[in-house]
Write a protein that binds this ligand. Structure first.
Ligand code: NCD
Length: 303
């Protein structure tokens, strides 16, 4: 029985397999329509979500399985004081696999220790978000045809953005990756993320200047300022519009740039960019369902 808590729980070979499986699902969806018949996915979401929860649910339905769960902590026994471990043990009696999102870093890990079924981390606080990273890697591989030799710019809230931490961790295992970190001073990546890049010999730079960084990028990964992680509203208000990508700012970007965003978007990308062929963020949403189908099949050991 295996869980997915951190993207590094998967080897690069396993990630390649998941990407290949997702591509096969995209090409032959009918082949997979009954694979999880009789299996149940529990979505335990202690924090808001649109894409992650619904893509997990859509993924399970498309595999012929079914879904149960809750989408806010207040409607579960957590509101009465139940521990994450007890919730995980309980849900293990009802379901075959759990996808859990929680505001506390490490909560899905704690759940995985207690559960007797696989647990997938669907986002834990400002820490990790491995299934968004699988989504991002599938998107990059379909857009660019490779995961090596890329210059990737991360822009926005690199301190609290869990999707950023997980994707940087994953990219550190590929060849010739360059990372450009674009953020306000206050929202730079945590030091453990820098350590990971250093340890893996990844070339990286830090800047506050988005426009100056654009020409060299193969991928621009925009992120939202994570309001819910701030200690005070004033700081959020001061920093929230630090970066707004507009068509004018893209003037010096490459024609083959891929603009990604885990979504939800607040103001970081002007809607005028949505029709630009370089915008990939809604494709990312679609790919997220297919890679989650591949992941569910793997963790449930369905052939
Ligand atoms: C992200 C998350 O929840 O971390 N959203 C998502 O899952 N696609 C990004 C965010 O909330 O900004």
């Amino acid at each position: 029985m295996r869980s997915l808590i951190d993207i590094l729980d998967l080897s690069p070979a396993e990630i390649d397999e998941l990407i290949a499986k997702a591509n096969d699902i995209i090409a032959n969806p009918v082949k997979y329509a009954e694979k999880c018949r009789g299996k149940k996915l529990a979505t335990l979401f202690f924090e808001p979500s649109t894409r992650t929860r619904l893509s997990f649910e859509a993924a399970m339905y498309e595999l012929g399985g079914s879904v149960l769960g809750f989408s806010e902590a207040q409607s579960s026994s957590t509101a009465k004081g139940e521990s994450v471990s007890d919730t995980a043990k309980t849900v293990s009696c009802y379901a075959d696999i759990i996808a859990m999102r929680h505001p506390k870093e490490g909560a899905p890990f704690v759940a995985a220790q207690a559960a007797s079924i696989p647990v997938i981390n669907a986002g834990d606080g400002g820490h990790n978000h491995p299934t968004q990273t699988l989504t991002d890697l599938l998107t990059i591989s379909r857009e660019k045809g490779r995961l090596d030799g890329l210059t990737v710019g991360f822009c926005g809230d690199l301190k609290f953005g869990r999707t950023v931490h997980s994707l940087i961790g994953a990219l550190c295992r590929y060849q010739n990756i360059k990372i450009v970190l674009i953020s306000p001073e206050e929202l730079k990546v945590p030091s453990y993320v820098k350590q990971t890049m250093k340890k893996n010999g990844i070339e990286y730079s830090q800047t506050t200047d988005l426009e100056a960084s654009l020409p060299e990028l193969d991928i621009l990964y925009m992120t939202r300022v994570q309001r819910e992680r701030f200690f005070n509203e004033e700081d959020y208000l001061r920093l929230k519009d630090s970066y707004i990508l507009t068509p004018a700012k893209l003037k010096n970007a490459r024609d083959d740039l891929s603009i990604m965003h885990p979504l939800p978007r607040v103001n970081e990308i002007s809607v005028e960019i949505d029709d630009d062929p370089r915008a990939c963020y809604f494709k990312q949403v679609l790919y997220g369902k297919f890679i989650r189908m591949a992941l569910i099949l793997k963790l449930l050991e369905v052939e």
